[in-house]
Design a protein around this ligand. Structure first.
Ligand code: CP
Ligand code: NVA
Length: 304
């Protein structure tokens, strides 16, 4: 049977996401009730980080421990990946010693090559093109707070980055709409969006993209790996801050999300991220719960 990977959001079907979401509720409730749950006893997760992380490392490492298994952290600096060992060889070796692998790296092609040579499931913990685990946590957070995301409108204000591409795939799977506003020169790369994706609309002005939105979300203007563009981006993104005026164009009960880390005064005003519509801490916490359900599903399949 083909190994199931989670390299981008579209790798799982709606049916599979519904299962993972249901399991997330169960697993989160066990966690809140201090109820031990060890379906992955004696299993090992290897985590490969080629970029920095706080939330992704913590949530996968703590999550695997809570499921009864072990997590091993490798980074580019200490492992042979940093000395030029081919990813194909690394995948062969790592996947003979563990049950599942999570990678945070640069190009999506790297994780695709890794997965093609892996004997075990591979999870994308962020690439330049996708951040599916974060958007899974965000979709779960929305559903948890508002019941359903189907038919709703999400406003994306900012860079056309990994988070946006995962949101656009999620919109196709869950049948919601994304209003996208990116500054000139930082528009969507059409090669990263499915040709049949009709679940988004482009808006020249960020305030227009917010009109009627049920959820307003943004991310850093300069993603990891693009640091040398920071000064140019600060200029180009002027006006794309999510502030109270933009939130007022959205639905009165609209939520605000940000995957974090955030820069108050750049992509988001403190009054918004620290205000009553913000659910950023729930989003961060839910990384733990959704990823535990994802690990369980990818290693053990559907549990009833
Ligand atoms: N949101 C997110 O992935 O955070 P980290 O970079 O801290 O892992
Ligand atoms: N778009 C950001 C997300 C960080 C979690 C980045 O890639 O750096």
């Amino acid at each position: 049977m083909a190994i199931k990977h989670f390299l981008q959001f579209s790798d799982l079907t709606l049916d599979e996401f519904e299962h993972v979401i249901e399991r997330t509720r169960v697993i989160k409730s066990k966690f809140k009730n201090y109820e031990p749950y060890h379906p992955l006893a004696d299993r090992t997760l290897v985590m490969v980080f080629e970029k920095n992380s706080t939330r992704t490392r913590l949530s996968f490492e703590a999550g695997m421990h809570q499921l009864g298994g072990a997590a091993i952290y490798l980074n580019t600096r200490d492992s042979q990946l940093g000395r030029g060992e081919p990813v194909e060889d690394a995948a062969q070796v790592m996947s003979r010693m563990c049950d599942i692998i999570m990678i945070r790296t640069f190009g999506q092609d790297i994780i695709e090559r890794f997965a093609a040579n892996s004997r075990v499931p591979v999870i994308n913990g962020l690439t330049n093109e996708h951040h599916p685990c974060q958007v899974l946590a965000d979709v779960f957070t929305y559903i948890e707070q508002r019941g359903t995301i189907k038919g709703k409108t999400v406003a994306w204000i900012g860079d056309a980055n990994n988070m946006l591409y995962s949101w656009l795939q999620a919109a196709q799977v869950f049948d919601f709409h994304v209003n996208v506003s990116t500054p000139k020169g930082y528009e969507i790369d059409p090669t990263l969006v499915a040709a049949d994706n009709t679940h988004y609309t482009l808006h020249a002005l960020p305030s227009d993209a917010c009109v009627g939105a049920h959820l307003v979300t943004t991310d850093v203007w300069t993603s990891m790996g693009f640091e040398e563009e920071n000064a140019a981006r600060l200029k180009a993104f002027d006006g794309w801050i999510v502030d109270a005026a933009k939130m007022q164009r959205a639905q009165p009960d609209a939520l605000f999300m940000h995957c974090l880390p955030a820069h108050r005064g750049e992509e988001v005003a403190a009054e918004v991220i620290d205000g009553p519509q913000s659910v950023v801490w729930d989003e961060a916490e839910n990384r733990l719960h959704v990823q535990k359900a994802l690990l369980e599903y990818l290693v053990l399949g559907k549990l009833n």
